[in-house]
Design a protein around this ligand. Structure first.
Ligand SMILES: [Zn+2]
Length: 213
């Protein structure tokens, strides 16, 4: 299934330029690995960055450098290898997300686990895999800062719509929601945030210290 919810062009450009926070870049790359459209866009920005670097040197830009960058828009993006499953039962991260360490999976509520993810650059962001059982409803919450999420397995819905594997969601303090997981299977999401969630109900406030998110 091709994702229907995508990162902004600014996020893809920042990711391609290497200026995005490591955790946020991880989530954007998880989406790009499943989205041919955004993969082509990221390829274009990377080619363009290379062409611009050439213009910063005293030597003249090599013949065809800009043409190569522009051609990247039309070039079909190569498909990445399919995500591999890990024998421990942990959901596998898409290939290409190197430099990532998975922590110990923590049970935080019936049907809900959190697995901390450490990025290579040891960022102060909170990055984690969240696994929620089929049909479960997450406590109502909002976000004190920016949170980026990519669905890896399963699907969930909130008042804004339905999110399936590969879909990318950006949330901030303007969004208050209570996601509901589809009844046909658990949902696994990769999320990165620069500040903890703000729980709006009692159940959430009880379980938040256990989750560490
Ligand atoms: Zn996309």
């Amino acid at each position: 299934m091709t994702p229907r919810h995508h990162p902004s062009q600014d996020l893809i450009a920042s990711c391609a330029a290497g200026t995005l926070r490591p955790g946020a870049a991880l989530v954007v790359r998880a989406h790009i690995a499943r989205c041919p459209t955004c993969r082509a866009e990221a390829g274009f920005f990377e080619s363009l960055g290379g062409a611009l670097l050439e213009t910063e040197t005293p030597a003249p830009m090599s013949a065809g450098a800009l043409d190569r960058a522009l051609a990247a828009i039309d070039r079909p993006a190569p498909a990445p290898p399919a995500p591999a499953r890990v024998r421990s039962g942990r959901p596998a991260l898409p290939h290409g997300l190197d430099g990532v360490t998975m922590g110990k999976r923590r049970w935080i509520a019936p049907g809900v686990t959190v697995t901390p993810v450490t990025t290579r650059h040891n960022s102060r962001e909170l990055v984690y895999l969240l696994r929620i059982g089929a049909g479960m409803v997450l406590p109502r919450h909002t976000h004190a800062g920016c949170e980026f999420t990519c669905v890896l397995e399963g699907s969930f819905s909130d008042s804004a719509g339905r999110y399936d594997p590969g879909d990318f969601i950006a949330t901030d303090e303007s969004i208050e929601h209570s996601p509901v997981v589809a009844r046909d299977g658990p949902c696994v999401c990769l999320a990165a945030t620069d500040s903890p969630l703000v729980m709006r109900d009692l159940v959430g406030r009880i379980f938040q210290p256990l989750a560490g998110i």
